[in-house]
Design a protein around this ligand. Structure first.
Ligand code: BGC
Length: 457
């Protein structure tokens, strides 16, 4: 498969990404404390294939092999996450040196391989001890996060050129606290909003802590989607605007402009909000975008029943309803493949935030396809993944030609891994993982990406 990609600037950063809970396994090794996701995976019925992540891809023990796979790809950077409860088993207080040592070894192995380590401090695995005290619904968790950020940065900042505070506060708020599809499994709907504010506050406090420890190049990884109204009717446009506000602007506006997009909504948040917004909007060196697909949103007709959408259980009575996007390919997850949505999103963000938008990195983009090794040749011909990434890189290139400053692109994900509530049945990796033997087999998309990177250099 030779899907071609336009030329990117010579210093464009090519990367791959993953997160601790999805790949590491070894949940009690070397003093790690439990996280909200360890507890969630133990609750019957939460994970669709009944699995847990106790082994996952066993990356904790096989990280050298995984770094070698990344070196073989020729990537300039690896985005991984640090497990908070490996470093601070109770979420605060006593530091677990052995847990930190793992990330120290990983960072050294990456540096030796010429790959820039890009850690994310929080990718959804809240220490259980903090979750049990209210998790992101409490301000305390944001303050604890700042302590954790200092501990990690003091150990790693000498070798880490780029940092990410938090991954997708929107998903944790909406899926974790709003509808309970993810840990901690709460269905608070609009009462989940404090979780948004406290994660944003944690981001701001984390930026301060990182800078104080000498960290450079700090950003956040935020999920964003273009939101398309289902029709031109005032009702559909209103519903789409509300969804855009709740998923895009609620999270980006405070960070980039220092204000919430709606005063009524800000008044529902635990304060002191005005004071906190100063912390939340501390200038960033860059802003990370995780893009998967656009959303087509309309008014509920006449009232929205409970149902499933894109693999997610949606409660009844929301003030908006999701409509399927037709006329395009869909991944095995059922997500529509709309590469130009990435260009549209980036141009829209640029128009919305103007000079307040720092340089961008695409910190995640990827697709789930379950291609397996051919029983005779062993080849994993994941042409649809190659098509997906080639299409999105072409769209990214068009956005850059329209003046959007994008500095790098990270594929989600280097390995097939534990895909949250889906368990192991959605495979996003450039490298196939056999969950019986834990054998890694590069897919054809791996060779394709290696050639793209080589060409880009
Ligand atoms: C998350 C990843 C996840 C991916 C695919 C992103 O929302 O950051 O952890 O695996 O999407 O669902």
């Amino acid at each position: 498969m030779t899907a071609s990609v336009p030329a990117f600037p010579a210093d464009f950063l090519w990367g791959v990404s993953a997160s601790a809970f999805q790949i590491e396994g070894s949940p009690t090794a070397d003093g790690r404390g439990p996280s909200s996701w360890d507890a969630f995976t133990r609750e019957p019925g939460r994970i669709k294939d009944g699995s847990h992540a106790d082994v996952a891809t066993d990356h904790y023990r096989r990280y050298r092999e995984d770094v070698a796979l990344m070196a073989g790809l020729g990537v300039g950077a690896y985005r991984f996450s640090v497990s908070w409860s490996r470093v601070l088993p109770d979420g605060h207080g006593q530091v677990n040196r052995k847990g930190l040592d793992f990330y120290d070894r990983l960072v050294d192995a990456l540096c030796t391989a010429g790959i820039a380590p890009v850690p994310t401090l929080f990718h959804w695995d809240t220490p259980l001890a903090l979750e049990e005290k209210g998790g992101w619904l409490t301000r305390d968790t944001a303050e604890r996060f700042a302590q954790y950020a200092s501990v990690v940065a003091e150990r790693l900042a000498d070798r880490v050129p780029m940092w990410i505070t938090i991954n997708e506060p929107a998903e944790v708020t909406l899926l974790g606290y709003g509808i309970g599809e993810h840990a901690p499994g709460k269905g608070l709907v609009f009462d989940a909003l404090p979780a948004a504010h406290h994660q944003l506050l944690a981001h701001g406090l984390g930026v301060q802590a990182l800078r104080a420890a000498g960290a450079r190049q700090i950003g956040i990884a935020a999920s964003h989607s273009p939101v398309w109204p289902a029709s031109d009717s005032a009702e559909d446009r209103g519903a789409a605007e509300l969804y855009d506000l709740l998923t895009n602007r609620l999270f980006a506006d405070p960070v980039l402009t220092g204000a919430y997009p709606d005063e009524g909504l800000a008044s529902l948040l635990p304060g002191p909000v005005a004071e906190d917004l100063k912390t939340i909007s501390a200038p960033l060196d860059w802003y990370g975008i995780n893009y998967y697909n656009p959303m087509l949103v309309g008014a509920p007709q006449p009232a929205s029943p409970a149902g499933e959408f894109g693999g997610i259980e949606i409660p009844a009575d929301l003030p908006f309803a999701f409509r399927p996007i037709e006329g395009c390919e869909h991944t095995d997850f059922g997500w529509p493949v709309v590469p130009d949505g990435l260009r549209e999103l980036l141009v829209r963000l640029r128009e919305r935030y103007g000079d307040r938008l720092p340089p961008l990195y695409i910190t995640e983009n990827g697709c789930s396809y379950a291609d397996a090794p051919d029983p005779v040749t062993g080849r994993i011909a994941d042409d649809r993944r190659i098509e997906y990434h080639a299409g999105h890189l072409a769209a990214l290139h068009r956005a850059m030609a329209q003046g959007v400053d994008v500095r790098g692109y990270f594929i989600w994900s280097i390995l097939d891994n534990f895909e949250w509530a889906e368990g192991y049945r959605q495979r996003f990796g450039l490298v196939h993982v056999d969950y019986e033997t834990l054998e890694r087999t590069p897919k054809e998309s791996y060779a394709w990406y290696r050639d793209v990177i080589k060409g880009g250099r």
